[in-house]
Design a protein around this ligand. Structure first.
Ligand SMILES: [Zn+2]
Length: 496
């Protein structure tokens, strides 16, 4: 038989579409062609495959070799097809049996020695392979991340080892799952002294999944507070763990096993923020999937970079269009922003020389539609050295996390989602207000000039406050507290 078919997987966002590798040996002048729109990296694989075969003491066929990677219109990159191509050549030249190949998928880059090198995106490939009912063979170093998927996942160190399995002489070891106990603990809320208002806001944001903006002078602990949010969120479920691992796998980064916390600098490019590039990679917003995206000094981010956050904030994913394909990455993150009250940061103190014009321009860098997507805007006031010293140590993250868990359980039992995800009619259904509460909300919205969207944000936060208190109905106090979290919407108001 001078024709063989092997299977591999491409990497397209967090998807792994099937790639069929057809190998044909024909008579004629010895030559080795790879077709199917491969990029430069795939052409290079020709040289690696040839050397790996020879150094593994196989015969490199002195015939006209044509390898076709199908479908042709799928963008392909990296050396991930090396192993499938090498196996295809060996099968087409009768050096290994063809029959078992239909039950296998191969990914792995070959070293010139025939050893197998790690590839990115091993987990999405393993998930797709398992769904197709085939056995996945991949490099040993990619095994740990791929092992999160269900299905038969085998790892190998070299081309020779893979061939021994296909001959039935030796069985490849199954990929081993890492124990889930290697969680790195997040910094603890007990380290944050004082700042009771901000701590309360952080707890409310965690309980309902609300986006949050901290504003206040530099050095008040905005970053310290934000970085402790993942530690008071409930642990990832197995399904969420796999989603997060798939994003990190496609980025070629080590798996996390906990809720991510990403804090890109304001000088980060829009591509670094949302993802993209000629070989699309997930951006910071996707690396923060199921976790927290912290944007410190938010108005310093380029306006267009902030504006592209609006879509993922609304639907939890980001679509990146490339010349040949559209890639979708999950981006369901909780946003925590931080900003100073004015360009210099010390509004209200003698040293502040900012004019009202400068302050307006600074704040207007956050557009209305973006601010509308942030449920809570919370002031973090500066504390004197004395106040800081007298403040008692804060409650621990574990204690806060327990209340957050209880409040989330109430939400999931009632509506099968957290409050931040409630939309239109659902919201009206679970946030029915009494007459007095309704009147309070209407009046406040009118007086403060809040938008319709921001009206709904207030309702959602009030719902979370009631859930934290274990109350079925939203009370006037909870409406008032939720309205207090929309401070920046009042154009004329200056933070105290
Ligand atoms: Zn100032």
């Amino acid at each position: 038989m001078s024709l063989s078919v092997t299977y591999s997987r491409a990497q397209l966002g967090v998807d792994a579409p099937l790639v069929t590798v057809e190998t044909h040996l024909a008579n004629g002048l010895p030559a080795f062609h790879i077709v199917g729109l491969p990029e430069a990296a795939v052409r290079e694989s020709r040289d690696r495959v040839r050397s790996a075969l020879i150094n593994s003491h196989f015969e490199f066929p002195q015939r006209r070799i044509t390898v076709n990677l199908a479908p042709a219109d799928l963008p392909k990159e990296g050396g991930r097809y090396d192993l499938a191509i090498a196996i295809g050549i060996l099968a087409a030249s009768g050096q290994i049996p063809c029959e078992p190949l239909q039950n296998y998928e191969f990914i792995g880059e070959l070293a010139l020695t025939g050893a197998l090198r790690e590839v990115s995106g091993a987990l999405p490939a393993a998930i797709a392979c398992g769904a197709a009912g085939r056995r996945q063979v991949l490099p040993r170093d990619s095994g740990a991340e791929a092992a999160l998927a269900d299905g038969e996942i085998r790892t190998a160190e070299s081309l020779l080892q893979v061939c021994a399995e296909l001959h039935g002489r030796e069985s490849l070891p199954a990929a081993e799952r890492q124990p889930a106990s290697n969680e790195i603990p997040c910094a603890d809320l007990a380290d944050v002294r004082g700042q009771l208002k901000a701590r309360r806001a952080l707890e409310v944001a965690a309980a309902g999944g609300h986006n949050l903006l901290f504003y206040g002078p530099p050095g008040t602990g905005k970053t310290m507070l934000a970085s402790r949010l993942p530690g008071i969120l409930p642990p990832l479920t197995q399904g969420e763990l796999i989603e997060v691992a798939a994003v990190y796998s496609s980025a070629g980064l080590a798996d996390l096993r906990r809720r991510p916390f990403r804090a890109p600098h304001h000088s980060a490019s829009p591509t670094a923020l949302v993802g993209g590039g000629s070989n699309p990679k997930p951006g910071e917003i996707s690396l923060a999937h199921r976790g927290v995206l912290f944007l410190d000094e938010m108005p310093e981010f380029p306006r267009h970079a902030l504006e592209i956050l609006r879509e993922p904030l609304e639907n939890g994913e980001v679509r990146i269009s490339r010349a040949r394909a559209q890639v979708t990455y999950p981006a369901d993150f909780q946003l925590v922003g931080a900003m100073n009250p004015c360009p210099c940061g010390y509004l209200g103190e003698a040293r502040c020389r900012c004019t009202p014009d400068q302050i307006d321009r600074y704040r207007n860098k956050l557009s209305g539609p973006l601010l509308d997507r942030i449920d809570m805007q919370v002031e973090v006031a500066s504390m004197s050295a004395g106040q800081l010293q007298d403040a008692p140590a804060g409650e621990s993250s574990a204690a806060v996390c327990e209340r957050v868990r209880l409040a989330r359980d109430i939400q999931l039992a009632r509506q099968n989602k957290i409050n931040a995800q409630l939309q239109g009619r659902e919201l009206d259904g679970v946030c029915a207000l009494g007459n007095a509460e309704q009147q309070l909300l209407r009046q406040s919205v009118e007086q403060l000039g809040l938008s319709a969207r921001s009206y709904h944000r207030v309702l959602k936060v009030a719902r979370t406050l009631a859930d934290l208190a274990g109350e079925e109905n939203i009370g006037a106090g909870q409406i008032a507290e939720a309205i207090a979290y929309r401070n920046l919407d009042r154009k004329s108001a200056q933070p105290a």
